[in-house]
Each structure stands twice: as structure tokens, then as C-alpha cells.
Ligand binder design. Structure first.
Ligand SMILES: Cc1cc2nc3c(=O)[nH]c(=O)nc-3n(C[C@H](O)[C@H](O)[C@H](O)COP(=O)(O)O)c2cc1C
Length: 364
């Protein structure tokens, strides 16, 4: 039976898990309990999230790591096959695939995405990325295209046409020339699975405004986070579209504020894998616009702690306060990372979700 996609569910603030498919999750740390992202770890974490009532599981798309002591992120599961495996052991949670447009042909993506949508009875989601890391693309012998989002326009148009076309179609674009293209089955979700674009810069926002349901993006401080939501909504509005925003946060939730802050300091400063943090930050700073420029100068701890996202550190009450504030800034959802998803998700689901229900942000 086709289910309502969890991102279309009634909770005002959707919550999900980001990057459990990759070594370290989003952290770059050498604490012994660091996330190793083995298959059993992924199975365990997704089942906790599914039973706990979280809305989505979202993978990072990573092909090469950042070196350092643990060769962090070098180990990561490919996201179509990962989502397919998780779909058959879960019942409610949305399962995203994160796809690098220049590395995956749109007809391959259309078929793989539809396959996961069928396995999961309509719980698939597509997260589009155009890529930022030339070293990673070098592995494939593929250059980073300057106008990546022009290619992405064609890419997504082909995926959508493949789903709606009853007969084979030709496509004559700048990046793709297809003859008699066909892809069956179509996804169960119509016209295509829920789609987001992970980006921060103007061209990425315009692409999301034109084509996606959500922009997945970062902010630096909660008090000014709403400007990014207004920006994407404004761009979409001009096109007569409604596009929301999701963001990314790393979470340390403990009984006491001190305990949470001490642990954040321990994993993201004292025991950070500094060589890999340097490599990650240098690459992002040079090639990616995924954050405000000041983030790189001011927030090294955030890059070690969770790839430069916003930190939610503290008691369940404090985390809820911050989440209420993020929701008030207009965000539709938060993709969260933890140092060890399996160890930390049960406490989060038991203690934070009921408070979010009381605050009116979640209905389960
Ligand atoms: C929240 C968020 C998540 C991202 N996830 C990925 C990812 O999984 N893999 C990847 O290669 N790039 C990822 N990116 C990078 C973007 O795909 C993009 O390359 C980067 O943001 C720079 O381009 P922009 O100017 O379009 O933002 C992410 C960016 C953001 C903001």
C-alpha cells in the first residue's frame, strides 16, 4: 500500500538523521565511540529512528575521505543501494538518496529512485547535489562543471519525463542527448519522489526554487537564520512555487548542560582529528559555498563537530528551545547528526520528542 510520504506528514517541524551512511557521520573526531558506519550500525540506527517516529534518514554523498588518522568519510555506503536495503527493514521513515548530478546518469537515477520508492511503498526522497570537491570528481575523470545547476535542470527534467512518458522520448539538451528513452516503472509518488537540493549559493537556490520541494541549507546563527528561508521562499514565489527549507545540526543531548558541553569540547576539540578537520575546511573554503564565509574563520569546532552545521548542545529542554527558535525562523525540518547515532538516538527520541509534542511542533 502506498503511504503518505513522512515529509508530507502533519508535524510542523520534521526531524531526521543525516550522514549515518558515512564514517564519522558528520563528525571528524577520534573518540573511541566514533561512528564507524558499518551496515549493522546503519540497520540499528534506522530502526531506532523508524520506531522512535523520526521522519527521514538522509545520506551524505561522499566518494573520497579527508585523510587524517581515521581516513574519515572514505568509508561510506552508496546511497541508492543503502536506501534500498533500509527500505525493507523499516515501515514509516522517509529514505533519501543523495545524488551527484554529474556522476550519475539521469535514466539510471530515475530507475534506481523508482525502485526504492516501490520497495518502500512511496517513502523515497531525492537529495540533489552538484558537488564541490575536485579531488573527488578527479577519481571519476569528471571535471566539476561551472554551470552545474544548468546540467541539473536537464537532469531532473529527464527524470520527470521518464516517469510521465507513456512512450519512448528523445531529449536534445546541452548536457544530455537521449534517443528513445524509457524508464519503467515510474515512482509511486507522482510526479516524482519528494526532492531537495543541498546548496547555499545563489545558483543552487534558484535551482531549488525552479525545481525542488525544499532547499537543504546551512545558517550561522539562529537569530538570523530566517533570512535564508525568506530568500528561498522569495525566489520560489516569483515563479509561483512553494519551496521550504531544511537545515543541518549536530546534536549532543545529555541530562545536564555541563555534561553536554564537556562532551562537545571533548569530541570536537580535544580529540578532534585535526589533520582531517584542516583538510575538510581547506577544501570547503576553496571550492564550496556551502556556508557563510565567516563560518570558516569563526567555527572550527562546528566543522569538527558536524561539518559546519549549527550545534544543538545541552539538556532536552535546551535542545527544544533551540528547535522552537529554528522553527520560528521558518525552517520546515532539521537533519541531525550525532557522534554515535545508535547510542544517542534512544535518549533523544525518549526525551526530546515528547517535549516537542508539548511545544506543538510534532504530532506522532
Ligand atoms: C546542507 C548541505 C548538505 C550537503 N551535502 C552534500 C553531500 O552530501 N555531498 C556533496 O558532495 N556535497 C554536499 N553539499 C554541497 C553542495 O552540493 C554544494 O556543492 C555546495 O553547497 C556548494 O555549492 P552551492 O554554491 O550550490 O551551495 C551539501 C551542502 C549543504 C548546504
Amino acid at each position: 500500500m502506498v503511504k503518505q510520504h513522512p515529509l508530507k506528514g502533519p508535524s510542523k517541524l520534521k526531524l531526521g538523521v543525516f550522514s549515518a551512511n558515512a564514517d564519522g557521520g558528520l563528525a571528524i573526531t577520534d573518540v573511541p565511540e566514533r561512528w564507524q558506519a558499518r551496515w549493522e550500525d546503519n540497520l540499528n540506527a534506522v530502526q531506532i529512528a523508524d520506531r522512535g517516529g523520526l521522519d527521514f534518514f538522509l545520506p551524505i554523498a561522499r566518494w573520497k575521505g579527508f585523510g587524517g588518522k581515521n581516513r574519515v568519510r572514505e568509508w561510506s555506503f552508496e546511497t541508492f543501494t543503502w536506501a534500498a536495503g533500509l527500505a525493507s527493514v523499516t515501515e514509516r521513515i522517509g529514505l533519501f538518496m543523495t545524488v551527484h548530478v554529474p556522476l550519475v546518469h539521469p535514466l539510471y537515477a530515475a530507475k534506481a529512485l523508482a525502485t526504492v520508492d516501490h520497495i518502500s511503498s512511496g517513502r523515497a526522497g531525492l537529495n540533489i547535489v552538484c558537488g564541490w570537491n575536485p579531488k573527488e570528481f578527479g577519481m571519476f575523470g569528471v571535471p566539476l562543471v561551472e554551470k552545474g545547476y544548468d546540467q541539473a535542470d536537464e537532469w531532473l527534467e529527464i527524470v520527470e519525463r521518464a516517469y510521465v512518458s507513456d512512450a519512448p522520448f528523445d531529449y536534445d539538451g546541452t548536457y544530455y542527448r537521449l534517443k528513445d528513452a524509457v524508464s519503467r516503472p515510474a515512482s509511486l509518488q507522482s510526479p516524482r519522489p519528494v526532492t531537495m537540493n543541498a546548496a547555499f549559493g545563489g545558483p543552487g537556490r534558484d535551482f531549488a526554487a525552479r525545481n525542488c520541494d525544499y532547499l537543504f541549507t546551512t545558517f550561522t546563527e539562529i537569530s538570523e537564520a530566517g533570512k535564508h528561508v525568506e530568500d528561498i521562499r522569495g525566489r520560489a514565489d516569483k515563479l509561483g512555487r512553494d519551496v521550504g527549507a531544511y537545515t543541518v545540526c549536530h546534536v549532543v543531548c545529555r541530562e545536564s548542560q555541563q555534561e553536554a558541553e564537556d562532551y562537545y569540547e571533548r569530541y570536537a576539540v580535544t580529540l578532534a582529528d585535526h589533520e582531517a578537520v584542516d583538510a575538510h575546511m581547506a577544501g570547503k573554503k576553496e571550492f564550496s559555498q556551502s556556508h557563510d564565509r565567516e563560518s570558516y574563520d569563526r567555527y572550527r569546532k562546528r566543522f569538527a563537530g558536524g561539518a559546519g552545521g549549527y550545534p544543538l548542545i545541552g539538556t532536552p529542554e535546551r535542545i527544544v528551545e533551540d528547535m522552537v527558535a529554528i522553527s520560528k525562523q521558518g525552517y520546515s525540518g532539521i537533519a541531525m547528526s550525532f557522534v554515535n547515532y545508535s547510542y544517542e538516538l534512544p535518549f533523544f527520541c525518549d526525551r526530546v520528542l515528547p517535549l516537542l509534542r508539548q511545544a506543538g511542533l510534532r504530532i506522532e
